[in-house]
Design a binder for this molecule. Structure first.
Ligand code: CA
Length: 225
């Protein structure tokens, strides 16, 4: 966890200084940028392990910087902002941020949140040695029964998880609804094949595999990587 590189993109120098001080004390290598453009360039020059990104920047909005960064790099991003309302939070998270911290913040809390995200990200990347099944932006940590999308844990029910694993492990194989029902719900399950359709829809939506979990008309489903 030590020697991790953190990029702080924050135009208010006193805040950037506090973060730099706090993270250096914790053994991080800290780089500060004071505009969105500068931050984006810094990320390209020396890829950080995590980015702390201010929402209100003088040139490009933090949300746009976030989008630019996540399009180019696989790096976790924590948004910093003075705004605290829920819409902003959701908007920030939709733009690809992994977490959200409101100012004024407690330095220890920021450090703790950053460590948590780095751990989660490491796990998702498999850098902790855990076996992972990777499919595009998805990583499955089977040992933990967890699925990460772009490094962020996604919440799947046990059946949704089993369904996803079944597809990922058998690419291009066509599964009939009945076969899936038997395999995942068991022979004595009282529901019908619509249960499968509903679960497939949910898995598609949660995992972003809308185009890869293909409906085979009149038959069932298959996963096309
Ligand atoms: Ca600012």
């Amino acid at each position: 966890m030590e020697d991790r590189k953190i990029l702080v993109i924050e135009d208010e120098k006193p805040i950037a200084d506090i973060l730099k001080y706090g993270f250096e004390k914790e053994g991080f290598q800290v780089q500060c940028a004071y505009t969105g453009g500068e931050g984006f360039a810094a990320a390209g020059k020396e890829p950080p392990d995590i980015v702390l990104l201010d929402w209100m920047l003088p040139d490009i909005s933090g949300v746009d910087v976030c989008r630019m960064l996540t399009e180019q790099y696989r790096v976790p991003i924590v948004m910093l902002t003075a705004r605290g309302n829920v819409e902003d939070k959701l908007y920030g998270l939709e733009s690809g941020a992994d977490d959200y911290i409101t100012k004024p913040f407690d330095l220890r809390e920021v450090v703790a949140r950053v460590r948590t995200i780095l751990r989660r990200f490491d796990r998702a990347q498999g850098t902790d040695g855990g076996a992972g099944l990777v499919c595009g932006s998805l990583t499955v940590a089977e040992r933990e029964h967890s699925v990460y999308r772009d490094g962020v844990l996604i919440s799947l029910t046990p059946k949704e998880y089993e369904l996803l694993i079944c597809f990922l492990k058998h690419p291009r194989q066509v599964f009939t609804r009945t076969a899936l029902l038997d395999q995942i719900w068991g022979y004595d399950f009282a529901g019908d094949t619509r249960t499968v359709d509903i679960h497939v829809q949910r898995v598609r939506k949660k995992t972003g595999l809308e185009e890869k979990l293909v409906t085979v008309f009149g038959v069932g489903y298959k996963y096309v990587p």
